[in-house]
Write a protein of this length. Structure first.
Length: 317
C-alpha cells in the first residue's frame, strides 16, 4: 500500500472494537423546523481485553477530535497509544466543532476561522526559540503545517455559552459510559472543570494539558474567565463548585516553549489554593524539553504521553 507523503509511519495493526455515536443536542423549534442544538459526536475505540480506566479526550479551542488521532506528520496520536495501553478511549468533537454540526443560526455566532497566523502564534511560532519539538517547516506550503492549519476551526463568539453546552454534553456522555478520566487540552479544559464541579462522582480524574488561563483572565479576542477557571458560571457558585472539584484528582501538564506555560502554572496554583490535589507534570522538569502548546502532536508525542499514562495508572492503584 502507498501512503500520502505526509504519512511517514503507517499504524501497526492491532485488534480493536470501535464505533461512533452521538450525544444528542437540545431539541428546539426554528424557522427551518425542529432541530437539535449542539449534538456532540463521539468516536470510541478499545481493545477486546481493555482493562484500563476509560478516557475521554477533549480537544481545545478551534480544534477537533481528530487532533488526538494522528500527528501532522502521520504518526499515531495519543488516542491510538492509549488504546494500545489498554484503555477504552472516547474522542469527542465538542458541539460546533469537527464532526458536530456548526450552523451559526443554530449553535450561535462563531469567532474567526483559524488560519496560518493564529496557528503559528499558538502552536508554531516562526521564531522557533526553544521550540525544538516542531522540527518541520513553519510556513504555508510546508506539509506538516498545512495539515495542522487544515484542521483549524473557530471558537464560539460567546465562550460561556460554548463551555456550558460542552459540559452538559460531557455529563450526558459520562452518564452513559460511567466514570472516566477527562484529558482536556487548552480551551477544552473549562468543560472538564464544569463537568467535575457538577458531578465529581462521574469524573475519575482530569488531565489538563496546557489549560486555558490564568484564572479570571480576560483573553483578547476570545472572552473572559469571569468565574475563575471558566467563563460559564459553575453550578452552585464558585466556592461550592471548587469544593466539588477538589474531590477529583487533577494533573496539569505544561511544556517548555509554549505561550501557555504561565497560564498552566497559575491554574495549578489556583486549584491547589482551593483544596485540589494537583500533580504538576512539568515536562522540562522531567527532562522533556522543547515542547510547545501542541505537545501531543509534536515530534516526541509518545514521550510527552508517558508521564500522563503513569499518572492515570496511579489513579487505580
Amino acid at each position: 500500500m502507498s501512503y500520502p507523503t505526509h504519512l511517514t509511519s503507517p499504524v501497526e495493526a492491532i485488534t480493536v472494537r470501535r464505533g461512533t455515536f452521538w450525544v444528542p443536542g437540545d431539541v428546539e423549534q426554528t424557522p427551518a423546523g425542529t432541530v437539535q442544538v449542539g449534538p456532540m459526536h463521539v468516536e470510541w475505540e478499545a481493545a477486546p481485553n481493555a482493562a484500563g480506566a476509560p478516557i475521554v479526550l477533549i480537544h481545545g479551542g478551534g480544534g477537533q477530535g481528530a487532533d488526538w488521532k494522528t500527528t501532522p506528520d502521520g504518526r499515531p496520536g495519543w488516542a491510538d497509544r492509549l488504546v494500545r495501553a489498554g484503555h477504552p478511549v472516547y474522542v469527542v468533537d465538542r458541539p460546533g466543532h469537527g464532526r458536530s454540526p456548526a450552523h451559526a443560526d443554530v449553535v450561535g455566532p462563531v469567532g474567526p476561522q483559524g488560519g496560518y497566523e493564529s496557528t503559528a502564534f499558538v502552536f508554531v511560532p516562526r521564531d522557533a526559540g526553544g521550540h525544538a519539538r516542531w522540527p518541520w517547516g513553519r510556513e504555508a506550503g510546508d506539509a506538516e503545517l498545512d495539515q495542522l492549519v487544515a484542521s483549524a476551526g473557530s471558537l464560539p463568539a460567546d465562550i460561556a455559552v460554548g463551555q456550558r453546552r460542552d459540559a452538559d454534553r460531557l455529563l450526558r456522555l459520562l452518564a452513559e459510559i460511567g466514570p472516566a478520566v477527562l484529558v482536556a487540552h487548552s480551551a477544552g479544559a473549562p468543560a472538564a472543570w464544569l463537568a467535575a464541579m457538577a458531578r465529581p462522582d462521574l469524573v475519575s480524574g482530569i488531565v489538563a494539558v496546557e489549560p486555558m488561563g490564568p484564572p479570571f483572565a480576560e483573553i483578547p479576542g476570545i472572552g473572559a474567565l469571569a468565574h475563575g477557571l471558566t467563563a460559564a458560571e459553575p453550578p452552585a457558585g464558585i466556592e461550592a463548585a471548587l469544593a466539588s472539584l477538589a474531590r477529583v484528582p487533577v494533573a496539569v501538564v505544561t511544556g517548555e516553549a509554549s505561550v501557555f506555560v504561565p497560564a498552566g502554572h497559575s491554574v495549578a496554583d489556583y486549584l491547589a489554593e482551593h483544596g485540589s490535589a494537583v500533580t504538576r507534570i512539568d515536562l522540562p522538569a522531567l527532562g522533556i524539553a522543547g515542547n510547545g502548546h501542541g505537545l501531543f502532536f509534536e515530534a516526541n508525542s509518545d514521550e510527552t504521553l508517558a508521564p500522563v499514562r503513569e499518572w492515570i495508572a496511579k489513579l487505580a492503584s
